[in-house]
Ligand binder design. Sequence first.
Ligand code: UDP
Ligand code: MG
Length: 323
Amino acid sequence: MSFNLNQVEISIIVPCYNEAEGLDLLFQRLFTVLNNLNLSYEIVCVDDGSRDRTLERLIDYHRRYRSIKVISLSRNFGKDIALTAGLENAQGQAVIPIDADLQDPPELIEQLIEKWRQGYDVVYGKRRSRQGESLVKKTTANAFYRLISRISSVPIPRDTGDFRLLDRRVVDAIKTMPERTRFMKGLFAWVGFKQTYVLYDRPNRLQGTTKWNYWKLWNFALDGITSFSLVPLKVWSYLGLFLSLLAFTYGSFLIIRTIILGIDVPGYASLMVTILFIGGVQLITLGILGEYLGRIYEETKQRPLYLIRERYGFHDDLHSREL
Ligand code: UDP
Ligand code: MG
C-alpha cells in the first residue's frame, strides 16, 4: 500500500513507558474520536524503552492498523525526549501529543481541531481544576508556577501539560531547537505563534502508576527554571552588593566606636553568625553556578537527544521494517 505521506492531516503522538495494560482502551477511544473527524491521521507511538510488553503490543497494533506507527527508542530517555522523537517523525499538518494513560481525554481533540481551524497555531488543554491531587502537590505546583512566571522571560501557561495541538509551523520551529534540556512546556511557550486554550477536567490515571515522584518533579522544576531564566545566576551580585554595603556600614561603625570608646572584648557570637551566613551564601551561589554549568556541559557534549532502535510504518525510512 502506498499513499502520499504528506497528506496526513493529524498526527497523534503517544509516548509510552510501561503502558501495556492501557493500550486497548487508549486506541479504542482514539479511533472513535479520529474516525469521526473525516481527516487523515496517523498515530505515532514512541516506546520509551518500556520493560513490559508495551513494544510488542504496539507492533501488534501496527500490523492490524496501518495508521499506527511505532518508534522504538534504544532505552528509556524520559517523556520529553520521547515526545521530541515523536515530533521529529510526525508528518501531519497538526500534531497532538497525548498521554498513554488517558489522562488527556481524546474526546477533547475535536475541540482542539475546531480552534485550529479558526486559525490558531497552538491550542493547549488547560486543566480546569486540580482536584484529586494531594495538598502538597497542589501547593508545590502553585509555588512553581508563581516562581517561574515571575522570573522567566516567556510566559509559561499554568496548569497545562503537553496535551495540545501544534500546527506544522510550530512543530518545525520546535524541531530547530537543539537543546538537550527539553522543558517542553517552556519550549512550546517560547516559540510564540497564535496560542489559545480549551478547558478540560483531567481525570486520574486509569492503569499503572505515575512515573513522577517529588525528586523528579524537583529536578523538572530546576530544568524549567534554569532553561528559561537567568535570575538565579544574577541575583547573587545584588545580594553581594547589599551584603558589602552592610559590612561597610558596620565596619565604619566599629572603627568610629573603637576610636571613641577604645578596644573592648570582641563579640564571638556576631563574628560566628557573620562567617556562617556568608559561608552559606557562598555555597548556595556555587551550587547555582554548578546547576548552570552542568547544563552547559550537557549541551556542549552534543550527543544525540535519543537513539532509535527501530521504526515501524515510516515509508521514507530505508531501514524501517515493513510488515
Ligand atoms: N512516559 C514516557 N517516558 C517516561 C515516563 C513517562 O514516555 O520515562 C510517558 C507515559 O507512558 C505517559 C506519559 O509519559 O504516556 C505521562 O506519564 P505519567 O502518567 O507517568 O505522568 P503524569 O501523568 O503523572 O504527569
Ligand atoms: Mg499520567
